[in-house]
Design a protein around this ligand. Structure first.
Ligand SMILES: Cc1cc2nc3c(=O)[nH]c(=O)nc-3n(C[C@H](O)[C@H](O)[C@H](O)COP(=O)(O)OP(=O)(O)OC[C@H]3O[C@@H](n4cnc5c(N)ncnc54)[C@H](O)[C@@H]3O)c2cc1C
Length: 303
């Protein structure tokens, strides 16, 4: 195993990680286990949708470059070209073995998805500090968990970490029957597997499935992780039609159909959209509310 550590790396905002095992988990999901001295020092934030941004080696290099710190922020400051980075869920981190597991949806096309298709032992990536969104209020009596294949790793971890008797209903969209996964849980969980739609193959049925689901009585919490356009429809439904306050849901776009074209157009509105987002935060609104204002602006310009 290569020693990836750089002096003082425990305090750094990034970790180098080496692939130690690759497993075809289901037909469209590749499970990659990472190890190495840096990974052994990883500190989990202990929230089930814990997400890290993974950076991949640039063409012709065997690992991504290290990050540097400027004004307290670890990043690729003035590194050109910047390595490609994508968000992934920490499916599992074992402090005893120092191994960290990520489940990648693997397909041709994207940088990360293609990397996963070809992942092999010994490859080195780098990742940044973890973040999370799932935050169920103590007063919630049930939860609705909705995901496509990209959200399935986080959904699996949420289900596995449910406290005894916690009530949850999961709506999951997978590409084929073989992509269905089973999770051990102390919770009381029901499943609605939707097979053969969404996931970049064709239109998602998740928004319709959420609408079909009759929300139980009592205070609920909705967590959603799938394609960005369907997340926008579901957020509007939960916010405007169901009328939930922001603390009762977390609805996140995990990826975007035709992201290249979207990004090209987004560049034109990025400054304005970020000003709206930061303005909302400065005015004391929550991160969710600021995201809604950001999203409303993008929708107005057809993004
Ligand atoms: C918080 C968070 C956690 C995430 N956790 C995971 C995880 O654990 N596992 C996981 O697999 N993904 C996860 N994702 C999603 C992952 O970051 C995206 O799918 C990412 O876009 C993949 O990057 P890429 O380079 O392969 O494709 P991109 O460069 O983003 O896209 C290239 C092209 O591929 C297509 N494409 C992108 N993603 C998909 C897809 N999933 N299915 C079909 N077509 C696609 C797009 O249409 C696009 O045109 C997470 C995202 C977030 C925000």
């Amino acid at each position: 195993m290569t020693d990836n550590r750089i002096d003082g790396s425990a305090e750094k905002g990034y970790w180098f990680a080496e692939v130690v095992e690759v497993e075809q988990l289901t037909p469209h999901m590749v499970r990659v286990t990472f190890g190495g001295d840096d990974v052994a020092e990883y500190t989990s934030i202990g929230v089930p949708d814990e997400c890290i941004t993974i950076f991949f080696a640039r063409d012709g290099e065997d690992r991504p470059p290290a990050m540097t710190e400027v004004d307290g922020t670890w990043w690729y400051h003035e590194v050109e070209p910047m390595p490609e980075g994508r968000n992934y869920t920490v499916r599992r981190f074992d402090t005893d073995t120092g191994l960290l597991v990520i489940d990648f949806v693997a397909h041709e096309g994207g940088v990360a998805a293609t990397w996963a298709l070809n992942a092999s032992v010994g490859q080195v990536v780098l990742w940044t500090r973890p973040r999370s969104w799932y935050n169920i209020p103590d007063s919630a009596e049930w939860q609705l968990l909705v995901a496509d294949m990209t959200g399935l790793p986080a959904l699996g971890r949420i289900v596995e970490e449910l406290p005894a008797g916690a009530k949850a209903h999961a709506i999951v969209e997978v590409l084929e029957r073989g992509d269905i996964q089973q999770f051990e849980t102390a919770g009381d969980v029901t499943y609605d597997w939707r097979i053969g739609s969404g996931n970049g193959d064709c239109a998602s049925v998740l928004d319709a499935a959420v609408r079909e689901y009759v929300l139980p009585e009592g205070e609920g919490y909705v967590w959603f992780a799938a394609e960005a356009a369907s997340s926008r429809i579901v957020r509007k439904y939960i916010r405007k039609e169901v009328g939930y306050p922001v603390r009762q849901f977390e609805i996140i776009g995990y990826w975007r159909v035709n992201s290249e074209q979207w990004l090209e157009k987004y560049k034109k509105y990025q400054e304005e959209a970020l000003a709206v987002y930061n303005g909302a935060l400065e005015a004391g609104r929550s991160e969710t509310e600021a995201s809604e204002e950001f999203d409303a602006l993008l929708e107005r310009v057809g993004l």
